[in-house]
Design a binder for this molecule. Sequence first.
Ligand code: PBG
Length: 327
Amino acid sequence: MRHFPKVRLRRLRRFGFMRDLVREHRLSVNDLIYPIFLTEGETTTIASMSGISRLSLDDLEALAPSLRNELGILMVALFPHIDATIKTPDGAEATNHDGLIPRAVRRLKACCPDLGVLTDAALDPYTSTGQDGISAEDGYVLNDETCEILARQALCCAEAGADVIAPSDMMDGRVGIIRAALDDGGFKEVAIMSYAAKYASAFYGPFRDAIGSASQLGASDKKTYQMDPANSDEAIAEVRLDLEEGADMVMVKPGMPYLDVLYRVKTTFRVPTFAYQVSGEYVMLKNAVAEGLLSEEILVESVLAFKRAGADGILTYLAPEIATLLR
Ligand code: PBG
């Protein structure tokens, strides 16, 4: 019978070589996508996220080759911080071909064509409300009107050279509408990674400071379109619809508090599935290490957990640090 004393699971834990031999999951730099904040003018620090800056386009261009060639990072995700004076109720700046993101994509593709570039489809960096879409008078975010602008935003990024469009807005039907717009525009090869199961989470706080949408948003929230943190079956429904509409990859967000959702999504659909270790998670981990409350080992452990739960890749602000530790 398979039990003690014949069975001693500690035999395979006794020596480092044994543990290395039987390890089930391995974290590699190939698993990491690095989210980067951008700004016009000079690079600025982000008060809510120690160690992370909003990069100028010059600094982005200087950083990209080392990310790709020295650290081996395969893809970056770009997020803009734009001046409040160019934000409007409809977030029209999102469709400006000379906007910060399209310019950043063009420069990245010129200096470092091997570095994959992912851009968000969502209006929150651009709206005067801080919402991901266009709001009605009563504040309700309008679904179909928003999808139209998102499709134009996606086209704008694809024209600039983005490899992946990542709709992070949670409007119904947006993946299909964006797919059709990309195909009609001649961008059949541009992939879609949908933020398929994206929760209305308080873990996004530091991000909203980083892109400058926190002050626009004020006391409002995103609960009429992002998912209720209490729901799990609904995540399966969201992912199914996004795949039917043409998503090539799906994402669960936030990360660590939603590992159960990640596991369900991966085991149900067996498609390329990503987790986003969001700004609030980053801040918790980094601050705990900075204060000496926890050891640096938690950084790799926190990201490895996503692999074990079924992620094919992880968007994480820790990407350069993890890549360095893995070398
Ligand atoms: C925008 C967007 C958000 C994040 C990624 N894209 C914030 C939000 O939905 O309010 C969060 C990322 C993070 O917290 O690191 N739609």
